[in-house]
Design a protein around this ligand. Structure first.
Ligand SMILES: Nc1ncnc2c1ncn2[C@@H]1O[C@H](COP(=O)(O)OP(=O)(O)OP(=O)(O)O)[C@@H](O)[C@H]1O
Length: 271
């Protein structure tokens, strides 16, 4: 199959810490992949290696047969554009309006001078409005980004990523700082883009129930390694215990017991 993303024996160390340790994976086009694991498991490092925000210590990342780790200059900038990244902290310019923030997603395709002047074509403005419409944000288009709720800001960040016309969207804990209602709208936005446009989505998540609800495929990491790679149905309690460790599982059970589980009789929903 073409346009697959392939990680082969990918590793990245920081001093003595093996943040990502010998990971091999193939992500097929159009998949919605959730990456879970305890804090420090290596989830962010793996996404940053794919986007080339950092370089591997060893191993390779390839996309559609192109060796990503070897890209330089314009080819690297092109890759970063087609592999859009969304962060927990939104990365918007608060004092600029929403529409302009989205248009900034187009700057990678501009030359230096038009970038500096922030000049955008009518076609680009239309594209930005369409992206905002898909995320139910047209009424906020002229509002300053800093005045929006966290969930709205994250949806603006997704619209900004969308106008880059990416093939892959990487999202590093996009809902970690949001309340449940806003988190749902952000995840629904990502899912719609994945389903409607066939854009591959790879998202780091802290909540198991979100991973189970949205992801075709769940990858669980522990200490830099892939401990589980399968469907939500295959992610049983025993697997969760392996991923989070006995103490992690206990902590996690406690957290759940004190909130939803007691009321619903369910466990293993939140980490
Ligand atoms: N720039 C860095 N310098 C030194 N150590 C780092 C750096 N980036 C990551 N690490 C270490 O690598 C390991 C993996 O970190 P990473 O951020 O990838 O984990 P994570 O699963 O995303 O965690 P979290 O859920 O808390 O974001 C951790 O031990 C972390 O301290």
């Amino acid at each position: 199959m073409t346009a697959s993303l392939t990680l082969t024996s990918l590793s990245r160390s920081f001093g003595e810490t093996k943040a990502v340790d010998n990971v091999s994976l193939t992500i097929n086009p159009g998949q919605f992949v959730g990456v879970i694991g305890r804090s420090g498991a290596g989830k962010s490092t793996m996404l940053r290696l794919i986007n080339r925000l950092i370089d591997p210590s060893s191993g390779s990342v390839s996309f559609d047969g192109t060796e990503i780790t070897a890209l330089r200059g314009k080819a690297l900038r092109d890759w970063r554009r087609s592999c859009a990244m969304i962060f927990q902290q939104f990365n918007l310019v608060d004092r600029l309006d929403v529409l302009t923030n989205v248009l900034i997603g187009r700057l990678a395709e501009h030359g230096f001078l038009s970038s500096m002047a922030m000049q955008f074509s009518d076609a680009e403005r239309t594209m930005a409005i369409e992206a905002l419409d898909r995320l139910d944000l047209v009424p906020q288009a002229l509002q300053r980004a800093g005045t929006l709720s966290g969930g709205q800001q994250q949806r603006v960040a997704i619209a900004k990523a969308l106008v880059q016309r990416p093939k892959i969207m990487l999202a590093d804990e996009p809902i970690a700082s949001l309340d449940p209602a806003n988190a749902t709208r952000v995840m629904d936005g990502l899912k719609r883009i994945n389903t409607d446009d066939g854009i591959t989505v790879m998202v780091n998540l802290h909540t198991l129930d979100t991973a189970r609800a949205y992801c075709d495929r769940i990858i669980a990491m522990r200490a830099g390694r892939v401990m589980f790679d399968g469907t939500a149905r295959q992610l049983t309690d025993d697997v969760v215990r392996d991923i989070y460790g006995l103490d992690g599982f206990a902590e996690f059970n406690e957290a759940v017991t004190s909130t939803t589980a007691r009321a619903t009789g369910r466990v293993n929903e939140t980490v």
